[in-house]
Design a protein around this ligand. Structure first.
Ligand code: HEC
Ligand code: HEC
Length: 292
């Protein structure tokens, strides 16, 4: 009888910790954040239902974009070394090879139309701030022309593998102009001094952010940084849900590479406990049998 009382007390204490204290601590340390919105419905200047024309898009991109952006996948190398590009624009314009694959279509079309509102950086580029976003708005293009550009970017985007290498390519295309990832040997294409000047803050090294912030926070943060860090200079990047998952997966592969191992080890430990408990019980019975 006494054993049962002890067991009941232990079960009650574990229950209170597990269902009461732990969720409470979690809710204080990681407050509930709005779920990521992959429709980007706040930007809707371009009718994205229009079917784009790849040939026309190619001509528009060659006339308007490759003066700043490399598109290696289509045979357009960068026009100048990274250091010079950073000095001219503040940040190195990303290679657009993967743009058609990684950005959400609605975001991408509206970004080309008006980069500052799509990135949620209106607070930084107010008319009296004296600052100008380095990429021009293409709001003079018709919605059809913008969709032609999008169609062309989609047509040149190389397929990537569904593994760590593929995830890395997505990370570098989306975040690599600003963030280092030292644990994976990735250095931002823009030199740190330029970044600090351009952004007003140094983008942190992302090697360990999966551990300090967790997957849920990252999903919401990348999708719309302003919601979680009001006034931050980190732009909204506008990734599709799939590309964003690849980026976070990569951060996990680099920052928490032992996760799968740790989780599978848990099962072995539990198995060991069960076997151990069985032997302990049999042993106890044997001892008491001898005593009686
Ligand atoms: C005068 C140089 C310049 C031209 C011309 C230019 N861009 Fe950019 N673009 C930039 C810079 C600089 C950035 C990075 C800005 C930043 O991260 O703050 C950028 C960023 C981008 C991004 C990344 C958006 C994101 O959410 O991360 C895309 C996509 C893009 N440009 C597409 C285009 C397309 C398409 C064209 C042609 C229609 C074009 N750009 C023309 C300089 C330029
Ligand atoms: C144009 C530059 C730029 C790009 C592109 C960019 N970031 Fe950032 N990021 C920043 C800056 C600047 C900060 C620091 C913001 C601050 O201190 O307000 C930051 C901060 C962060 C933080 C820290 C947030 C926190 O809670 O402290 C994370 C995580 C992050 N970025 C992830 C990403 C990921 C993932 C990508 C790619 C999908 C990305 N960033 C793309 C500039 C950028």
């Amino acid at each position: 009888m006494k054993e049962f009382k002890i067991l009941a007390v232990i079960v009650a204490l574990v229950g209170i910790t597990y269902y009461g204290i732990e969720p409470y601590a979690h809710s204080v340390m990681h407050p509930e954040v709005a779920a990521a919105d992959f429709t980007f419905k706040d930007v809707k200047n371009v009718d994205t239902t229009l079917a784009g024309n790849v040939e026309n898009g190619k001509a528009l991109v060659e006339a308007n974009c490759i003066a700043c952006h490399a598109i290696e996948a289509a045979g357009h190398p960068a026009v100048m070394p990274n250091a010079d590009a950073a000095a001219s624009y503040g940040v190195v314009p990303p290679d657009l090879s993967s743009a058609g694959r990684i950005y959400d279509t609605n975001y991408l079309a509206n970004f080309i139309f008006d980069p500052v509102t799509a990135m949620h950086l209106e607070h930084k580029y107010t008319p009296d701030s004296g600052k100008q976003f380095p990429m021009p708005s293409y709001n003079w293009m018709t919605p059809q022309e913008i969709m032609d550009v999008v169609a062309y970017l989609k047509s040149v985007a190389p397929k990537v593998s569904e593994d760590k290498e593929g995830h890395k390519a997505t990370f570098e295309a989306a975040c690599g102009r600003c963030h280092n990832m030292k644990y994976a040997g990735i250095e931002a294409t823009t030199p740190t001094d330029n970044l600090k000047n351009y952004m007003g803050a140094t983008p942190p090294d992302l090697s360990q952010y999966i551990k300090s912030r967790g997957e849920h926070y990252l999903h919401s943060f990348i999708n719309d940084p302003q919601v979680l860090l009001h006034g931050t200079s980190m732009p909204r990047v506008g990734l599709s849900e799939k590309a964003q998952e690849e980026v976070i997966e990569y951060m996990e592969e680099v920052g928490d590479s032992k996760k799968a191992e740790r989780e599978s080890l848990g099962l072995y430990v539990m198995g060991y406990m069960v076997v151990f408990a069985l032997f302990a019980y049999l042993w106890k019975r044997k001892i008491w049998e001898e005593v009686h």
